[in-house]
Design a protein around this ligand. Sequence first.
Ligand code: 9G3
Length: 539
Amino acid sequence: MKQSKYFNPTLRDNPADAEIKSHRLLVRAGFMRQNASGIYSYLPLGKKVLMKIEEVIRRELDEAGAQELLMPAIQPAELWQETGRWDVYGPELMRLKDRHDRAFALGATHEELITSLVRDELSSYKQLPVILYQIQTKYRDERRPRFGLLRGREFIMKDAYSFHSSEKQLDEAYNLMHATYSKIFTKLGLNFRPVVADSGAMGGQDTEEFMALSSVGEDTIAYSDASDYAANIEMAEVHVAYEKSAEAEFPLTKGEAEAALDRQIHPTIVKVKDETILVLVRGDHKLNDIKVKNLFSTDMVDVPDEAVDIKEFKGTIIADHAVKAMVNAVVTGAHAYQNLNPERDLTIERFEDLRFIQEGDPAPDGKGTIVFAEGIEIGQVFKLGTKYSETMKASFLDEGGKAQPIIMGCYGIGVSRTLAAIAEQSADENGLKWPLAVTPFDLHLITINVKDADQTTLSDRLYNTLRDIRYDVLYDDRKERAGVKFKDADLIGLPLRVIVGKKASEGIVEVKRRDTGESVEVHVDELTTTLQQLFSQMN
Ligand code: 9G3
């Protein structure tokens, strides 16, 4: 492709609203443009990277035996009403009316749609297992879209759904998809970790998220420095043996007292469904509301900011394990107490793991200690069970001819988010730097001075011969100064650059690597071997 003809508007300056490197660079390098908050166009360079990412995903999913289909983005409201999710989701689910005033949703995900498809077509255990997937545009009206493609309102997702006649078959598909995701993200050159996650509103049991490590990630991963344990911080279990001190218990008294955080108890009122409970955690720990939610297996958990008198509270009291070992604790705030000894002075119904894990805690698997890292969630695998097939009456006849609800799994990859994650992980201060698997072009052919006949003749010849041997070449034939061309080449980030300059008359060109910056002068007769050698050294 000749750059003089190419729709690739590069910018010198950073767009004002771009807070992170990948967003800034993808806009400046002409890969994308924003059309509205959280809504983007992929320009030709961006579209080429998207297609390469999708190609890697397709190859691995097809290899795993998954079958690609394509479902509509516009979904009848009736389907979401069958599962009750029409009312569960608020403004985040984008909705519209057709000309006959019928209600539709813009697909945020496709569990309802795919289950309605399968229930009409699959009826026997002989037809299971099956894994169906699509690569499709999704819509979620995020309150605060940010970080470019990392949190958009329209984005591209690969979503797969598996259908089974037994839990064992589901486990096999889940493990297969887990392994396939690892292959995909490895081929894409990403630094990623699968982490144990919270199934949240999805219901069902096991779920894991695939996190691309990045300081701009919105998720915090707790991982062990001595094993492959890794969990989303919301889920990470705390396994600490707390020592109860031998000090004598003093009488409980009202009133403020100075005390170190680990000598304090912090009471929190939590409303669970319609019950008000009091949750106690040690002062140096933080209450994990996801763990409270999972303890009462409900999404309806609210933490009003209410002061509470721990001794006057009449409802259920639960406490984190750490509280059990506390002696002569101090309660601060409006209703302060000193020398509170939890099991003597309170009726605590149960001690549970209710706090967020902290750096330095022992890893739950007993190996090493916990370290935190930020991650971008680029994939997730879920065991759904029969959550959707029951409400939507998607059943199959088992070997005994008895109707059973189909057992399901679902598996997502954020395709546009993955593009941004690759950019985030691989870019440097000069610009983007694409791994071979997803680079929009293989080579950047640059003519230093297009007014020099030797240079343009040799460049044109190389452009044709390189394409004849199947290289995808971006040819910078513009009437621009060399400096501008080099800056744009650094920004766009193609892996190799062939520069035709002063030595064109001797048939000598320069080949430069984007990843290391190394360059070498070669005679054009050696060019293809040099290119092959260099490409084989890169990922
Ligand atoms: C909605 C809206 C937002 C949502 C959902 C539904 C997240 C929703 C969870 C999933 C689970 C899996 C299939 C591919 C992998 C992920 N945000 N989720 O269901 F209506 Cl507005 O999407 N779906």
